[in-house]
Design a protein around this ligand. Structure first.
Ligand code: HEM
Length: 154
């Protein structure tokens, strides 16, 4: 039981870290969107590092999620209730879109780190693209957190 609880907690913590880290960059980009020099300094220093934190958290979520599923399946002797399957499927779909958005910001983050001022993420368009991608992760992540809590109640 301790192992199951520990895995659920790591699962939830990784979801919260991913959503929280993405929100912090989206907010910083909005706050610094009128100051390209300040944004460039922040982006070059922070974006690649925060992306690494997000990738680590995102990588742990499916592993702990599948472990969660194994415990739940054992509780239900393998026949999962249809509402559980429906909610879980929605969570996996949300995770897939969030992972695709993280993949996209990883590319932009890498170009910021590699070429500083001229990086794609420092132009007006680049900053707006980053804000849109991180905002997508935050919104879908909040939905997944909500569905997760609903799931644990089914
Ligand atoms: C591949 C994707 C995922 C899988 C397979 C998965 C699987 C699961 C399972 C099976 C549970 C139920 C645990 C239980 O009742 O013992 C669960 C709970 C939960 N999941 Fe996920 N999940 C995934 C993605 C996510 C994401 C992306 C988030 C948030 C960003 C998230 C947040 C949560 C939360 C908050 C709970 C409730 C924990 C509790 O209070 O018991 N999950 N997940």
């Amino acid at each position: 039981m301790v192992l199951r609880t520990a895995i659920v907690w790591v699962h939830v913590l990784c979801g919260v870290v991913w959503v929280g880290a993405s929100a912090s960059i989206a907010l910083a980009a909005v706050a610094l969107s009128g100051e390209p020099e300040e944004w460039r300094k922040f982006a070059t220093r922070a974006v690649p590092r925060i992306n690494r934190v997000c990738v680590a958290a995102a990588s742990v979520i499916p592993v702990t999620g599948i472990a969660n599923l194994a415990f739940v399946a054992r509780t239900y002797r393998g026949s999962l209730p249809p509402p559980f399957v429906a909610i879980l499927s929605a969570k996996v779909a949300l995770f897939a879109v969030m992972a695709a958005a993280l993949w996209a910001v990883w590319g932009v983050g890498a170009s910021i780190g590699a070429s500083g001022a001229s990086g794609a993420g420092n132009s007006g368009v680049g900053v707006r693209k980053l804000i849109a991608l991180y905002a997508t992760i935050v919104i879908l992540g909040a939905m997944a957190l909500g569905l997760g809590l609903w799931l644990s109640g089914t």
